[in-house]
Design a binder for this molecule. Sequence first.
Ligand code: 3PG
Length: 213
Amino acid sequence: MTPTEQSARALEVCRLAPVVPVLVIDDIAHARPLAEALVAGGLPALEVTLRTPCALDAIRIMAEVPGGHVGAGTLLTRADVKAAKEAGATFGVSPGSTPALIDAACEFDLPLLPGAVTASEIMALLELGFTVQKFFPAEQSGGAAFLKSIGSPLPQVSFCPTGGIGLKTAPDYLGLKNILCVGGSWVAPKDAMVAGDWAKITTLAAEAKALRS
Ligand code: 3PG
């Protein structure tokens, strides 16, 4: 799958909802109820970060939840891409991009949302065919003001910014022409997961969904 084809698929995922939950799952027992709660609240695209030992198993379980589109985040290596694809991830997200990671996404047919934060990084990805990119860490890298500015010379690139974004700041991004959606962990707080308060997570998801009517 070429980078251009990957971006076409990433575009579809990013258009599913205004917010992609960024999930750090420590307890495999949380995987199914968490996915069900988020999908019930109106957020079907879910990014499971490969930062915990049970992340790949969580992807396997969450991929079975009706209505969900489960991707793998924090992809750093070829092995991560291979494992994510085998676990059933339908898209992948990386904080940055390397030639090896991009080659792996092409090899394993995993639509990749590669990360970039400078004009040169964005242009290098665009040259390869990535018209949909992650902007990370968003708030620390210039935030919505940067993305608004970069939209003038590079209107052909659309972004999913993540990093430091919450319910209050998400509208600053979502109001821009070159923003498809934002990513964030605020919709799945750890205390709610530990408490099994799935209703709270559905409420947070519904609030996030309502950011774009
Ligand atoms: C991440 O990879 O951690 C995401 O960008 C989420 O960032 P957040 O926890 O600040 O929402």
